[in-house]
Design a protein around this ligand. Structure first.
Ligand SMILES: [Zn+2]
Length: 192
């Protein structure tokens, strides 16, 4: 359904007409239909996770998978066309990336050798917002909105980092350091 139609429905219901059907719209529709709004009706949302995001989510640790799904659905329900474009990178994959611009051709793409990125530990993912033609919008203000949604769910957003801002990055808050995580990986305790 188009945003224009939702806007008209919302205007008709006398609520904020932002064209994005969320909880408020559901409640207003329920009230109009005489359904007890205290029993929250299912949010009328057609939000589904795209295959690329789903594949990347599948590479994360179970608790990160849950949060990534929750975050992504929240963004989609807000009408943002966002996808998870990176999940976990194995040490081997990180090594290949780190080699670029050093021992392999091309420009440098990362400063993190294997074990020095939270992507190597199944707790972080990268996202980008897409336009209607599936072109990535790295500079879109919606990137920040997705980051703020992550923070509202208790996640860490790279856009709030002080020393090195990483706007497309989200991760579970960790109570250990990367060095401790590496130690746990080598003693077989991290992924279990
Ligand atoms: Zn990242």
């Amino acid at each position: 359904m188009s945003a224009t139609l939702w806007t008209r429905i919302q205007k008709f219901l006398g609520i904020t007409a932002d064209g994005i059907p969320g909880n408020q719209t559901a409640q207003a529709v329920a009230a109009r239909l005489g359904i007890d709004a205290a029993t929250p009706a299912a949010t009328p949302s057609s939000a589904t996770i795209d295959p690329r995001s789903a594949a990347n989510i599948a590479t994360l640790k179970p608790e990160a998978q849950m949060k990534a799904r929750e975050w992504l659905l929240k963004c989609l329900e807000a009408g943002i066309n966002v996808k998870i474009i990176t999940g976990t990178r194995t040490y081997q994959e990180q090594a290949a990336l780190y080699a670029k611009g050093r021992t392999a051709p091309g420009p440098k793409v990362t400063n993190a050798p294997p074990g020095y990125s939270w992507h190597n530990f199944g707790v972080g993912w990268d996202f980008v917002v897409f336009d209607a033609n599936d072109q990535p919008l790295w500079e879109s203000p919606l990137m920040e909105r997705c980051g703020r949604i992550a923070e509202s769910l208790g996640l860490e957003w790279g856009g709030s980092w002080k020393s090195f801002q990483d706007i497309p990055h989200i991760q579970l808050k960790q109570d250990c350091t990367l060095a401790e995580a590496r130690q746990m990986v080598s003693s077989g305790k991290w992924w279990s």
